[in-house]
Design a protein around this ligand. Structure first.
Ligand SMILES: [Zn+2]
Length: 125
């Protein structure tokens, strides 16, 4: 099981590759100093992008999120806390004038280019 907050997870790498292919510029990765250390940040247009691991954040869209049978309540609570923490971070970013987009690992695996296009379009606003 991978760690909760590692940098350069496989979906993040796929996303940055797709952004490069679209010649997206002006973003920084894993920008510390912003709530939640967003995976991608367009500083000029204040857009923060998060990529969520399906397991750790309880993705409802795919089968990666299955609560382990051992310590089931522990895992449910852990995912609940991750979700609550993320919500607080989005609110903190909003208070700083940032817009946020959150994508799931499974969405990125399915079509990184489509996600990158959405991000580039949003970053130009
Ligand atoms: Zn998922």
């Amino acid at each position: 099981m991978q760690s909760n907050r590692s940098t350069d997870t496989q979906p993040e790498v796929a996303l940055r590759k797709a952004l490069r292919e679209l010649h997206a510029t002006g973003y920084r990765k894993n920008l510390r100093g912003l709530p939640g250390t967003p995976d991608i940040v367009f500083t000029h247009t204040r857009l923060a992008v998060f990529v969520h691991g399906c397991f750790w954040h309880g993705c409802r869209f795919c089968s990666s999120y299955r609560v382990p049978k051992t310590n089931e309540e522990f895992w449910r609570e852990k995912v609940r806390r991750n979700q609550a923490r993320h919500q607080q971070r989005l609110e903190a970013l909003e208070a700083m004038g940032y817009r946020s987009l959150t994508f799931w690992e499974c969405q990125l695996k399915a079509d990184p280019t489509a996600i990158a296009r959405l991000i580039v379009a949003a970053s130009k606003r």
